[in-house]
Ligand binder design. Structure first.
Ligand SMILES: [Cu+2]
Length: 106
């Protein structure tokens, strides 16, 4: 691979959008993500209290959100629609309802 090829590829990449999400018992802020199909996003996840999870099964991504660290999840929405993300690490009495929505538009 020559440098010219890499340069062309880099120029063709859509810019990555960074979305910061704060998790705390038992919510995510924001809890609604609006994404565009084919545009990569990096989610930067932190927790305000305990160990949390972030899982978006429709896009095959998940992460542990560890107190004091930033968990990064890269995601390229490959389909249009409304999807759910959720906490998949038991974090207390409200765990089962800890979730949010990913809306992907064309
Ligand atoms: Cu949980």
């Amino acid at each position: 691979m020559g440098a010219a090829t890499i340069g062309l590829r880099a120029a063709a990449q859509p810019e990555e959008q960074v979305i910061k999400i704060l998790a705390r018992r038992f919510t995510y802020t924001p809890n609604k993500l609006s994404l565009k199909k084919g545009v990569p996003v990096v989610l930067e996840l932190t927790t305000a209290d305990v160990l949390m999870g972030f899982s978006a099964p429709d896009f095959d991504v998940r992460a542990d959100i560890i107190l004091g660290q930033v968990a990064k999840v890269r995601l390229v929405p490959d389909k249009v629609g409304t999807f759910t993300f959720l906490c998949d690490v038991f974090c207390g009495s409200g765990h089962e309802t800890m979730n949010g929505t990913i809306i992907v538009v064309a």
